[in-house]
Design a protein around this ligand. Structure first.
Ligand code: ZN
Length: 643
């Protein structure tokens, strides 16, 4: 039987953290206002979004034609969702009024039967649900449901929730196995996890059932995508893997196809496995999880090795310089990991969540919150990125906005809701700490409310201090995650060391006792620099080493090490030095290592016989991967040759 798992929600958590507060403030002060301008076409040097205008046209509030991608509405919904989280932690009447005005526009765009989608209402009124594979109607609906749940929870205003429920009720009538229903499922998953959020706020079992229906139908034969393409007079689908429809979901063993779609689906699977106590679906999740993290994930928590189809490829195929590793895919991995934690309180999931968060996710945003990466490669040679067709997805500098603007709003909604990932209450009596992020949380156990305060020096030092502010003594279990990157953790309660060996279970040190007011728990997670090697089956990383310290993956950048980073060799045995530099990149710890540089004295020939490179000794300076490309543009390298 699964445990009852309740994350301590963002309205109960306040983040005050030397590292994360800055990112969250950027989302509030830069990203959300910028997104607002973007969806309203107020940014002159960015491609026009038309997103708000499209909804106005669909609602007869404006005249004109629909413009943009079929999924353009989803940009508005992601903005609304992020606004909901942001209002939960920081009241802002002006922002709330803006959001209310958007809800009013959506209300006008809603059709009498409950349907909402500006593309179909304004541009293709007779073509609803005729191409589930490509046209993102259910995807957009999913983002609307997530926005509705977030905004309703933030404000208590029911209007958006009622719009969402009417739409979901309509979808529930349209889809199903009765003869007058559509036995289909979306080409881009998202609605599966979103319906679960709608269930969480309404307690309406039908939404859970509908999510389960979409999951159950996927991959069944005859393939629904072929049925609908036949009706359109088109050829059958060539490869069902792109949409994770190659097999019924329960028979899938490897992560396939478009990486973002895949992890959104897997997050939905984990949700349904949790709420319906479905052991078989849990086993599916476990198989897919193992395949991703043991064979198909980059050291940065990035996923998706191929730009072509933005997809997973095959086991151990993790090229560094052509990696796709979309920011959204790492964010989706976090959504999935968090749901896996609900199913099994095993620190492995929180470790991956933390890894993706500190590396492959925040690398997607510049340190000033103004520019974004869609693709997060692990090696960049600027000339190749500029001139090679197969590197054309790689950008050397972050961009201000994208025509297909999925990543920046996704980052905004994740960071604005980060507080909800830190703690969870399991079986009403065990308080889990998954992430070490400073601030405070309000918790209730055995009918007693109390505050847990956290002071964390992560990611630069492994020192964490927890303080309990209790109204009176309370007996409960505090389950402290022991990070996978720490080899010799220590825990002290009120200054006295606790032997955690005996009490560590699935990566959590579980301390059960009667806690008193002002009890203080000190955690020390020493952070030595780890020299990471990749499984030898990852051909691209043979003879190479990556440096990691705590949760942070490091890289070399041209700004510190000159060009031709491929000529640098890291010495394996020499000591490395760690130094915190307050001036650099908003304050980061750098790693200085001994190494060598091969001398290029080749002149104008391509090949030489029996030649041995000469080397000179040099220092290598590594910066955190997430902070690369915040100075002058140049080369970058995570996996470095080593000897
Ligand atoms: Zn994206």
């Amino acid at each position: 039987m699964r445990a009852d798992f309740k994350p301590i929600s963002i309205d109960k958590v306040e983040i005050q953290d030397d590292f994360w507060t800055e990112f969250i403030d950027l989302v509030r002060q830069e990203v959300i206002p910028y997104q607002w301008k973007a969806i309203n076409d107020m940014i002159l040097d960015a491609p026009k979004s038309h997103a708000i205008q499209n909804l106005k046209i669909a609602g007869n509030l404006a005249e004109g034609e629909f413009h943009g991608f079929v999924f353009q509405d989803s940009d508005v919904y992601k903005w609304l969702e992020a606004v909901g989280y942001s209002l939960t932690t920081h009241a802002d009447p002006e922002l709330e009024a803006l959001a209310d005005s958007v809800v009013d526009i959506i209300a006008k765009a809603q059709q009498p039967d409950g349907y909402i989608n500006s593309h179909f209402t304004a541009a293709k009124p007779n073509m609803r649900w005729t191409n589930l594979k490509d046209w993102h109607e259910l995807y957009c609906a999913g983002h609307f449901f997530e926005a509705a749940a977030s905004y309703y929870q933030a404000t208590g205003k029911r209007k958006i929730l009622e719009l969402a429920c009417r739409f979901a009720d309509y979808i529930q009538q349209v889809f199903g196995d009765n003869p007058d229903q559509i036995p289909g499922y979306p080409g881009h998953e998202e609605i599966e996890l979103a319906l679960v959020k709608l269930y969480q706020v309404t307690n309406d079992q039908r939404y859970l059932d509908l999510s389960k229906y979409f999951i159950q139908r996927r991959g069944q034969k005859p393939h629904y995508f072929d049925i609908e393409s036949d009706k359109r007079g088109e050829k059958p689908v060539q490869d069902y893997r792109y949409h994770q429809a190659h097999l019924p979901v329960r028979e899938q063993t490897t992560a396939e196809g478009h990486a973002v779609r895949a992890v959104y689906l897997y997050a939905g699977l984990a949700d349904i496995a949790y709420y319906t106590n479905d052991k078989d679906l849990l086993d599916t999740c476990l198989r897919l999880w193992k395949n991703v993290v043991n064979r198909r994930m980059y050291i940065t928590g990035g996923i998706g090795s191929s730009a072509h189809l933005e997809c997973f490829t095959f086991d151990y195929d993790l090229p560094n310089n052509t990696a796709y590793t979309e920011t959204c895919a790492s964010i989706g991995l976090i959504f999935w990991a968090h749901r896996m934690l609900k199913l099994q309180q095993n620190s492995e999931y929180a470790d991956i969540l933390e890894l993706a968060l500190y590396n492959g996710v925040i690398s997607g945003m510049s340190l000033d919150g103004k520019r974004f990466f869609y693709v997060n490669p692990l090696e960049v040679w600027p000339e190749a990125a500029e001139k090679r067709y197969d590197h054309k997805h790689v950008r050397v500098t972050r961009q201000s906005w994208f025509g297909c603007a999925c990543c920046p709003p996704n980052l905004a909604r994740l960071l604005a809701s980060l507080g909800g990932y830190i703690y969870a209450l399991v079986n009403e009596s065990e308080l889990y700490t998954h992430l070490y992020i400073g601030g405070s949380a309000s918790v209730e156990i055995a009918g007693k409310q109390f505050i847990i305060k956290q002071d964390s020096k992560l990611p630069w030092e492994g020192k964490v201090c927890l303080n309990l502010e209790l109204p009176s003594e309370i007996e409960f279990t505090l389950a402290l995650r022991i990070p996978v990157w720490c080899s010799c953790p220590t825990v002290k309660i009120n200054g006295t060391a606790v032997d955690i060996h005996e009490i560590t279970d699935n990566g959590y040190a579980k301390i059960r006792r009667t806690w008193n007011n002002n009890d203080r728990i000190e955690l020390d997670f020493p952070m030595e620099v780890k020299r990471i090697r990749a499984n030898p089956k990852v051909r691209y990383n043979r003879g190479k080493t990556a440096l990691k310290r705590g949760p942070i993956v490091y890289c070399l950048e041209q700004a510190d090490n000159g060009d031709n980073l491929h000529s640098l060799i890291l010495s394996q045995n020499d000591e490395v030095k760690v130094a915190y530099n307050k001036q650099l990149l908003n304050g980061v710890s750098v790693i200085i290592a001994d190494g060598m540089r091969e001398i290029d004295n080749w002149e104008d020939v391509l090949y030489k016989a029996n030649f041995r490179e000469e080397t000179i000794r040099t220092k290598l300076l590594f910066i955190p991967y997430f902070a690369w490309a915040n100075r002058e543009s140049g080369e970058m390298l995570v996996w470095v040759r080593s000897c």
